[in-house]
Design a protein around this ligand. Structure first.
Ligand code: ADP
Length: 517
């Protein structure tokens, strides 16, 4: 059996587990790739959000420069109006200054509220660079740090090369008032976007209060605020978490699939093992039964032949031979009935006819019908019953089969010179118990767990080994008791005897009335 099982396992492994394992490994590696791809896509998306914020800041700055780029003198009233308007709409702009590059002098300066000394002159090289851009028709706006402020400067197209315009901008106000609304809009409820000092990492502006963990932020330099960095991350989860959460779910599904395959594999093997064991037991059973049948058949044929040949002289002997023939045919019928009963019960073909019976009355009747066997085995059998009610609902035939089995075992598994069997009917709570006690060889507690299994026979001990049987009797009793809504149990000690107990549900008069209603 071991070798066959090993072969089956190998075949199963080859056709199911191996391809499945291969598939799972492939899927797992594909998942890792997917995870990386998802992360890349997320990352690009975040970068583009940061880019759009920078782009927006550029738009604002370009708008400012365009409004100041007019073909009018800086000190002109109209220019004053334009600058005033700019101050009104952009609290971040602290001052606007126009420089005449040719004359190397300040043409005009406007302050939004407080006046401060502003004396920055651009490097010659820088101006030349701006001029080169302008010649190529591109108005470049440059930025520089000036004290705590941001200094923006550009060459107005309308006064080509002659003038430089400077804007002093407060970076915090620029972030809050100019970029803030845009950041809020982009972030919605999904992202945490923060501007932090690129040196200290200190968060100076964020779309919402959250302890800035610059580690997990995706960061980018700010085009017009070189001292600061723009950072973004998903509000609830980090990018890694989100990507791995997705693939984790897939991982679990695959692991569950793998587990299922392993469990299925084990299940199939266990079942095959069980079936093979059963097949072996059945084969043994057939051999046993054949052996059991052969003995009575041989006896019957031998005695019948002797009688036919008229070799028996005395009438006494004739009676003896005929009695043996009769007894052996009863035994044969018994064996055949047991097998038939069993196969019928196996296929659920047994028909039960339940009726309310008084066990105190029917059990003694059944013992009486088994009397010939008892006396043949020289067994002293006694019956006891308490005064309590012992009404149950039972099928008489089944009851007889069960009692015969238990009594037969009580005789069979005893080697005492004075064999004793006690049958008791007692009421216990809402049950009626039929106890069959013998003083036989007893059953070890290890075997007690199995004796009700199909085909199970105790093989230890001389008598148990020698006694003929099929291992079906107690299993039949167990099945029948189940149909009766009860159960069968055993109490036994090796060498001291056994007590088998049939436990029936009590059926009182009241129960009958209730069920009739
Ligand atoms: P079998 O045909 O072998 O008697 P059973 O199902 O009736 O099959 O019993 C199963 C096993 O339980 C027996 O092989 C026997 O070893 C053990 N057994 C049953 N009844 C008794 C008993 N009264 N005393 C000791 N052993 C018993």
């Amino acid at each position: 059996m071991g070798r066959t099982l090993a072969k089956i396992s190998l075949v199963l492994l080859l056709i199911v587990a191996l391809p499945m394992g291969f598939f799972l490994v492939r899927e797992f590696s594909a998942l890792t790739k997917n995870e990386q791809m998802v992360e890349r896509v997320f990352s690009t998306q975040l970068e583009s959000i940061l880019y759009s914020i920078n782009q927006y800041s550029e738009n604002i700055v370009v708008q400012w420069s365009q409004s100041l780029d007019q073909p009018i003198a800086p000190e002109d009233e109209l220019m004053q109006e334009i600058v005033d308007n700019l101050f009104q709409n952009n609290a971040a702009i602290r001052a606007v200054r126009f420089l005449d590059l040719k004359a190397s002098q300040e043409e005009a300066v406007y302050f939004s509220d407080s006046v401060f000394s502003l004396n920055v002159w651009p490097e010659k090289a820088e101006v030349e660079q701006l001029q080169t851009y302008l010649d190529a028709n591109y108005q470049r706006i440059k930025e520089a740090q000036w004290q705590d402020d941001l200094l923006l400067y550009f060459l107005p197209k309308n006064r080509s090369g002659e003038q430089l315009c400077q804007l002093v901008v407060d970076p915090r106000t620029f972030m809050e008032q100019n970029l803030g609304p845009m950041i809020q809009q982009v972030a919605q409820d999904l992202f945490y976007i923060a501007i932090s000092d690129s040196l200290t990492g200190y968060v100076v502006y964020a779309n919402e209060a959250e302890i800035g963990n610059s580690q997990s932020l995706k960061q980018a330099a700010m085009w017009y605020l070189p001292e600061y960095k723009l950072g973004i991350r998903l509000k609830s989860k980090t990018l890694d978490e989100l990507a791995s959460e997705r693939s984790q779910r897939d991982n679990y599904t695959m692991m569950a699939m793998g587990l299922l395959v392993v469990l299925g594999f084990v299940f199939v093997l266990v079942n095959i093992r069980k079936e093979m064991k059963l097949a072996a037991i059945k084969a043994e059973f057939v051999a046993n039964v054949s052996h059991e049948i052969r003995t009575p058949l041989a006896l019957i044929s031998m005695y019948a032949e002797t009688l036919l040949l008229k070799r028996v002289k005395t009438e006494e002997k004739q009676v003896e031979y005929l009695t043996t023939i009769q007894q052996e045919s009863v035994r044969l019928t018994d064996i055949v009935n047991r097998i038939l009963n069993f196969s019928r019960i196996e296929r659920n073909r047994i028909k039960y006819r339940f009726e309310r019976v008084d066990l105190k009355q029917v059990i003694p009747e059944m013992i009486a019908s088994f009397e010939s066997h008892l006396s043949a085995a020289q067994v002293n059998c006694c019956f006891e019953a308490s005064d309590d009610d012992a009404w149950v609902e039972a099928d008489r035939e089944a009851l007889k089969t069960m009692m015969n089995n238990l009594l037969d075992n009580a005789i069979k598994y005893s080697d005492k010179a004075e064999k004793e069997v006690r049958v008791r009917v007692v009421k216990r709570a809402k049950q009626v118990w039929v106890e069959v006690q013998d003083n036989g060889i007893g059953i070890s507690s290890k075997n007690q767990k199995h004796i009700f299994d199909q085909f199970y026979r105790v093989t230890e001990g001389d008598l148990a080994h020698r006694a003929k049987g099929s291992g079906l009797g107690l299993n039949l009793v167990k099945r029948m008791m189940k149909v009766h809504g009860g159960q069968v149990t055993v109490r036994s000690k090796l060498g001291e005897g056994s007590t088998f107990i049939l436990k029936f549900p009590l059926k009182t008069e009241k129960d009958v009335q209730n069920s009739n209603r």
